[in-house]
Design a protein around this ligand. Sequence first.
Ligand SMILES: [Zn+2]
Length: 1187
Amino acid sequence: MRIRKLSALFWSTCILALIVILYVTTDLSFKLPSIRPAYQEVDENKWSSVESKLQHIEKELNQHNVVVGEIKSAFDQVVDRSHFQAPPPPRPQTERKKDYVKSEPKDYDKHFNDVNYDEDKKYSYKDIKVVGEEPPKRITVKFDQMTCPVKKDGPLQTEVQMLSLYDRMSFDDKDGGVWKQGWNVEYNEQQWNSKNKLKVFIVPHSHNDPGWIKTFENYYKTQTRAIFTNMVEKLAEKPGRKFIWCEISYLALWWTMDATDQDKAAFKSLLNSGNLEIVTGGWVMNDEASSHWMAIIQQLSTGHQWLLDKFNYIPKNAWSIDPFGYSSAQPYLLKLAGFENSVIQRVHYIVKKELALNRQLEFKWRQLWDGKGVTDMFTHMMPFYSYDVPHTCGPDPKICCQFDFKRLPGNGVTCPWGVPPVKITEKNIHDRAFMILDQWRKKSQLYRSNVLMVPLGDDFRYDRANEWDNQYLNYEMLIDYINSNVEYNAEVQFGTLQDYFKALHDDVKLSDFPTLSGDFFTYADRNQHYWSGYFTSRPFYKNMDRVLLAYVRAADSVMVQAISSGLVSKVLELQLRDRMTQARNSLSLFQHHDGITGTCRDEVREDYAKKLLTAIKHAQSAIQQASYLLLQKPQIVDQTQKDIFFDVDDIWRKHDEIPSRITIALDAVSPSRRVVLYNALAFKRTEILTLIVSSPHVEVYDPEGNPLMAQVSPIVAGERRLGFAASKFQLSFPVSVLPLAAVGYTVSLRDSSAINKYTSYARVRIYNADYWNVDLPKMFAVEQVQGRLSEDVSFKLGNTGVVADMKGLLKSISTDGKPVPIHMDYVHYDSKKEHDNNSGGYLFVPSGPAAPFTPEPYPELVITEGIHKSTLYTSLIGPKKAEVILSISINNNPSLPQSEIEIGNTFLIDPASDNLELAMRFSTNIQNGDVFYTDLNGMQMIKRRYFEKLPIQANYYPLPAAAYIEDDNTRFTILTSTPLGMAALQPGQMEVMQDRRLSRDDNRGMNQGVQDNVRTRHTFRLVLESANSPCQNKTHPENPSGQLTLGTHVSQQMLLQPIITMHYTAQDDGSRPVFSRPITNAADVVLGSFRPHVISKTKDDKKVQGVGMTFQRVYLDVCYGNKDIAKWYPVGDGQVQLSEYLDVTSSQIYESTLTFNRIRNPIPNGVLTLCPMEIRSVFVNHTLKHD
Ligand SMILES: [Zn+2]
């Protein structure tokens, strides 16, 4: 009986399998052009009959799904019991169909609406997934979001709010006497007695820039190496000696290159004894204006991972003394990384004075959105002009300089105040001791405690043995003398930050310190010298930074998936790890405050750029290799020696040249090519992708072989003059890629004489170029307008329209026919040319308001219009000023129904120009008054105001990613591909600096101007959004934070992390069309990092290896923007089920510090909960298990 039943099952399975095979082959033969020549003419009727046939089979197959499933399991049992070797039956394909955008030629818009996005937020490709056969069941945990700290319905209750402080302060630069930027500090000696002594911690330090005047390696060879070798010797000579070290890039170099076993042992022993403290422990001391928060995490964790690996060491106190202004994103990251205290220095001198007057130089730095005080980071701000010795012992630099014993006569460094130090002797010690004690006492009046920090160091200090002797021996005499004289009531010692902060917190309760919110931009060190030039300096490399960041993120996430799927051999895994270590180290190095800032000498900039270039190539290589493996058939671990499978479609040939694209060459021999797309975002994205193809006769197929409606346009190219590229065309089509998924789309050649309803050709309009001999294939409808253009031009796509003036500059953007004026201009600033008062790498010192950039009249202007993408191109040449190729595009992205246009600026400042700073300006009638918003490190938005009392350069702020202005009706947002400087100098206006060329040095040490400008390309997205009123959740007018909307957040994420397009290097080998994981689609979750090979430290001090992940949940503004966007990009509930990302059981998942160096609590049920604005890291370990 049983046998008969099984046999019946077997036969019905065979019949069904036959049906499926028939279906599949029919499917393939009609849809996959690689099998069937693409030339064949297919008439309308044939297509519809094929389609109805397919629909029929599909419907039938749907009905049989359940039966097939049952049969399959029965069949599997038979196979299992009888060890019957037979190929597994094909699996049903209907599940995944709905998720892919299919093209209906007759009703183009309809198919987008048909996509079933809301029914189930989870997507799975069960039948082709390598790992985790069953998508994990989504677990929800108890998560009371009411406990979240986000607050926007009122002002933030901090004692100091920086924007309010700016409003209150007069910014008078009064001469304060010896402390020029302060006042004459006095004190009452009675405040100290034998029970209440002044405790002084002298903190020796050496500030080592990993590249500035010399390259990183050159500094190491000539200076830093000697600092280490002297350190291990001199620090151990006497028990009380202390030192702090910051830059791990240098330490790692010394450790691998030169440190002897003896050095290493000595170094470790100094660390263990607490004589040496590693502070911050980042790879570098990162810039805080232009760096992206994800890159800051990379640079911090690069250092932290190294420290854990080599010393089992976790830094506790942060030290950021040289970055040119401070972002409040940094203390949040430090807090998450487990830091308790931090030190900062370069803050506007008038802000310092104001805080010092109120003894607020030590404060709890609170996040702008934190209504509960859970994010506070204890911060110490240095009070004076600099971190060098003359400005750290007390208010009088002339006195303090005499206690910098490196400057003892004969050592090559002098005191600019005219009085050199003298060696401490028995004879002079009484006077000398009192002189410095007096300074320390005065300095202590600026703080709330009896504990005083006195840094003792400068740039690249302690590189010579005699400097160690001079500093330590002289100070040791002073220390002994003061400590032994009871009437001084002082207790002096060398200390680390840990020593200082411990004593401080023992002395004063944390609750007695003020809270502060806001940031410290824009920095000025003296006069009207605002450091807002560096927000833009060398923008080509700032852009390169973002490109590399995107590649590192993508490479990490694709590698972790390939490795954890068991698809990577051990040898290859190590190769990939090494390549990514190199890429990460270069990205981290560039976060240095003379790297991404553009404030180094030309040869150093070149060195960074070459490192970035290599890093991009390494990351691209890891991406293509790992993605290839992910797309391989299961169970095949690739053992071949081949390691290039794909070319990433972004070819960086030189370190200072805009990258180029790959042209897909199609011909009779190779009529069809598949491209693989990888989405490194943690949510599903749909957008218009553009490829370059060699022929206009092409068609596109989605991963399932369905034809897609595609647009072919001519390529408008050129650097000064526009023209059409020969034998190259743009191919644009909509793509959808699931979170962390790789998918293949196919581009095929088709018969040029056939009518193809899936390919649409752009219409072309040409102005001011009636002399052109246009030679485009005949399917492009070309209108070459005769004579000179004397009126506005316009074009429209979907709901969005653009009107541009005769030069092609934007005049308005319309939504549903309603125009909103947005006037675009280029303007330029000239530098002041006074003594010690001019623009340079760091400073922006304009001679006055900007002047209009007036290009030559009647520029060549081309508009290409199609169903997916329409673009206006214009070439604006201003002799002795700049040349700009401007493009304005509308992408008809169905998933982002918002008024969005993309601006492409490709420009070169004319080498003949002397001191020119070029900005792009938008003027609108938005009634924003003086209020505007910019982002901090791409992490959060901060409210800013234009202050008339401040000069133009003070009103310039960093623009790492986004800025907006708004009124009751409209919000206007600018998203940028490149971190730059921006300002809102007039109501309704925003401007973004594009590049700067400056012939003069600005006296901050570079000793040169910035004249190495290269042709650069920035991409901006402009988004206009209407207010949704009434809106319940409006931000209180006095709240200092801002938020992007869902639409602008999604667009910004896409701009930051473009889809990675890859081409097969050889013939397509028939790998799978899709790799994906069943990740819940939540567009408000940002995957900050997802990487293999991290190490962590358990509670019982064991080191373990695993996978690290960092998530951010953004907080979005719902009072503006199109609510329909949420249908495509649903927001989540703050719960991230980690088994969706990785095949792990919940018992293997732990919360960790931001940089993964310490394991914290187990994550119950493997579900991470995130409050809005929260960032959290997790560590996954396969051997470690909790209950
Ligand atoms: Zn520095």
